[in-house]
Design a binder for this molecule. Structure first.
Ligand code: CMP
Length: 133
């Protein structure tokens, strides 16, 4: 078993899609083992996305991620990181494969409904960010 982090973003919580996303994750074999609901301060959002420091989209991303409730969760599954990225689809929903979560519910490149860790190393860091204990 391995672990990864998924965040349901403000565009999805605002459209009452939390249950839908969790259901899709569970149907695909992911087991939620930790979950929270919170609103990020701008500084927290900037810290979470520190890897994107200097990118032209960072300010808008920080604004968006702190604009409403987010639901970070730890998911357990064999090959969790890669399987979750396959299930959510490409960052830009216009390029997301049929049947992926982003293809189904994302609005655009920024309001792409969910975030998932991109490596085991980053999963460990991102899990610690939200679930220090
Ligand atoms: P996420 O997987 O959370 O990682 C960084 C986020 O930045 C990404 O999803 C998008 O929501 C957002 N973003 C906005 N513009 C871009 C871009 N040009 N390239 C990558 N990510 C972008």
């Amino acid at each position: 078993m391995s672990r990864t982090l998924l965040i349901i973003k403000p565009d999805a919580t605002q459209r009452s899609l939390i249950g839908h996303v969790v259901s899709r994750l569970e149907k695909a074999g992911f087991k939620p083992v930790e979950m929270r609901m919170l609103r990020l301060a701008k500084e927290q959002a900037r810290q979470f996305y520190a890897v994107h420091e200097g990118k032209p989209f960072l300010d808008d991303l920080v604004e968006f991620m702190s604009s409403g409730l987010v639901v970070p969760m730890v998911l357990e599954k064999e090959n969790a990181v890669d399987d979750l990225r396959t299930l959510i689809g490409a960052t830009n929903p216009a390029n997301a494969a049929c049947g992926t979560i982003r293809q189904e519910i994302a609005v655009d490149l920024q309001r792409n409904s969910v975030h998932a860790s991109d490596s085991d190393e980053n999963a460990a860091k991102e899990i610690a960010f939200f679930f220090e204990d």
